[in-house]
Design a binder for this molecule. Structure first.
Ligand code: PGA
Length: 250
């Protein structure tokens, strides 16, 4: 059975005291059980602090990025061993901001994914098309191409540790959201694409999250779609109440 997941991607926002404040607000608002796993991805310097301050909750602290190499001369990078040593068990890989701003290629993302899975971590693997690709009508090929190059070297067993996040780039941080129908269309397409490689059971068990301007006002109708198993949320996750309101949408 696949799980509902709501992950807050805090990106490069919040210093130490803001990170602590947001976590405190989240904890105060956690007055009931939600029908989803809750994850937050603060910036790397605050992961350890965030991990410790959420250890008495069901919130999982996850990383926004990781290096493909194990260790050594990689100035500025963070390894899976480092993350693992502070309790981090899940990492986001392939966010469009990593692909577009930092030139991370499908090959690099495939290597990062293997390294993270090799350490026993879970991966939230992001994919999504740009506006031009959507307009040109080749968005299915774009996104399945990213999935094929990023994930198709994995075994079905490894794939069990992967969550897919579909994030159309034109909807990220723009206020423009894919319609529930557009999200469902892509998620269903991705699921059948995963089935061609990993089989029906694995495809059915893979959580596929939608990301791109998810907010309390649109979360319910997006999450109601049968192939949408949750969300990867940027802007709206920086406010505890709106993040929890989104969690309530399941
Ligand atoms: P957004 O970001 O919710 O601010 O659009 C989503 C993401 O980039 O993961």
């Amino acid at each position: 059975m696949r799980k509902n997941i709501l992950a807050g991607n805090w990106k490069m926002n919040c210093d130490l005291s803001q990170t602590q404040g947001l976590i405190t607000d989240l904890k105060t608002g956690l007055v009931k059980d939600f029908n989803c796993e809750l994850m937050i991805a603060p910036s790397h310097p605050f992961l350890y602090n965030a991990f410790n301050s959420t250890s008495d909750t069901l919130i999982e602290v996850v990383a926004q990025n990781v290096c493909e190499a194990q260790n050594g001369a990689y100035t500025g990078e963070i390894s899976v061993d480092m993350l693992d040593s502070i309790g981090i068990k899940t990492v986001i890989i392939g966010h469009s901001e990593r692909r577009d701003t930092y030139g991370e290629t499908n090959e690099l993302l495939a290597a990062k994914t293997k390294t993270a899975l090799g350490k026993g971590m879970r991966v939230i693997f992001c994919c999504g098309e740009h506006l031009e690709q959507r307009k040109a009508g080749n968005y299915f090929e774009t996104v399945t191409g990213q999935i094929e190059k990023g994930l198709f070297d994995l075994t079905a067993k490894q794939m069990e540790q992967v969550v897919v996040a579909y994030e159309p780039v034109w909807a990220i941080g723009t206020g423009e959201t894919a319609s529930p129908e557009q999200a469902q269309e892509m998620h269903a397409h991705l699921r059948s694409f995963l089935e061609t490689k990993f089989g029906k059971e694995t495809a059915n068990n893979t959580s596929i999250l939608y990301g791109g301007s998810v907010k309390p006002s649109n979360a319910s109708e997006i999450f109601a779609k049968p192939d949408v198993d949750g969300g990867l949320v940027g802007g709206a996750s920086l406010d505890a109440q709106s993040f929890l309101d989104i969690a309530n949408a399941f």
